[in-house]
Design a protein around this ligand. Structure first.
Ligand SMILES: [Zn+2]
Ligand SMILES: [Zn+2]
Length: 340
């Protein structure tokens, strides 16, 4: 079978590899759709080091199940989550599931960008494989994992309907956050990006106002429209340059949520005196767990989310390296999806 593997710094390639064999409690999934995530690109090009596993926004059908798997069967349409927490440690007890030591230890074999991939028993037994309703398309289903990450992040930020919210970085997750904020019914949604087609998409999906951060000054525009600044600014891009204007747009006593994964080792200079006296809370949200996935599926089932409009580019699995490069370099792509 074909799988897309990292072959060295900056390189991913398609290789012919054996179909994984199942042990007790495991599940083999035949890939249908896989979204390319910014973290996949970071794994190929960034400082992750060797051993990065590509593809975690995946949907497909169950090809076979190992002994002892009773609640899933061949041909079930599913999504699978690559990481699961133990639900039993100090982090899990406090709801910090994505900080659990087990969380990043499990993954797909050989990866999510493969014709078939094995889901380990640890993940299957903790509910990482979720059956889809017949209405959900594989393409939409592949976007449930990033949607669930957004659901979790907005929960952590305790967004309320009185809030005015700034979303910096209108990548698919930024655009999904805009849709979720619209659903929550917040007082104002302002989207920021440098690419005109993303600003346009944000308006279509629910932003009340957009700011082009190349030609406009973000904090200045935010002050014009909110007087005191936003209650919450979400940095949905991993580019740390976005943090400063986002922070400067938050009102006194407001919140900054870091959502996009910055490159490892990324730093910024911060005026901590101003941070303290303006009483800004900074929080981060990393990944999601099964309960968030179920809630994201609920939003999709109710028709609260338009995930399809965000898919701009589709590639076959054999062209996965091209898809990764396209997602990285294209100025017109929003979501790039691999269809098997
Ligand atoms: Zn992702
Ligand atoms: Zn745990």
């Amino acid at each position: 079978m074909l799988a897309c593997l990292i072959s060295g710094q900056g390189h991913a390639e398609i290789r012919e590899v054996p179909v994984p064999r199942l042990q007790t409690g495991e599940v083999l999934i035949k890939l249908a759709a896989a979204g390319i995530c910014g973290t996949d690109i970071e794994k190929v090009h960034g400082a992750y080091g060797p051993g990065g596993i590509l593809g975690h926004e995946v949907s497909g059908t169950i090809e076979s199940v190992g002994d002892g798997v009773t609640d899933l069967r061949k041909s079930d349409r599913v999504i699978a989550h690559h990481h699961v927490p133990c639900y039993n440690c100090v982090y899990c007890e406090h709801g910090d599931y994505t900080m659990c030591d087990l969380f990043r230890k499990t993954n797909f074999d050989p990866c999510g960008l493969a014709e078939y991939f094995r889901v380990p028993e640890t993940s299957v037994s903790r509910g990482a494989v979720v059956r889809l309703s017949p209405e959900a398309s594989f393409e939409e289903a592949s976007m449930i994992e990033p949607t669930a990450c957004c659901v979790r992040a907005l929960d952590k930020a305790r967004v309320s309907s009185e809030d005015k919210v700034l979303v910096v970085g209108l990548c698919p997750t930024g655009l999904t956050q805009i849709q979720l904020l619209k659903k929550i019914g917040v007082a104002r949604i302002i989207g920021v990006d440098i690419l005109p087609h993303r600003l346009k998409m944000a308006q279509k999906l629910g932003a009340d106002e957009t700011i082009d951060s190349i030609s406009e000054d973000v904090p200045e525009e935010v002050t014009k429209s909110t007087r005191v600044g936003v209650d919450l600014a979400i940095v949905s891009t991993g580019n740390q340059k976005a943090i400063r204007p986002a922070l400067a747009s938050v009102r006194k006593g407001g919140k900054l949520l870091l959502f996009g994964a910055p490159a490892q080792g990324a730093t910024i200079d911060l005026d901590v005196g101003a941070l303290f006296s303006r009483q800004i809370s900074i929080m981060t949200s990393y990944s999601c767990v099964e309960s968030d996935i179920h809630r994201a599926l609920g939003f999709l089932a109710k028709g609260d989310l338009d995930l399809r409009s965000m898919v701009t580019d589709r590639f076959a699995l054999r062209d996965a390296p091209k898809a990764l490069e396209h997602a990285r370099a294209s100025r017109t792509a929003i979501k790039t999806v691999i269809l098997s």
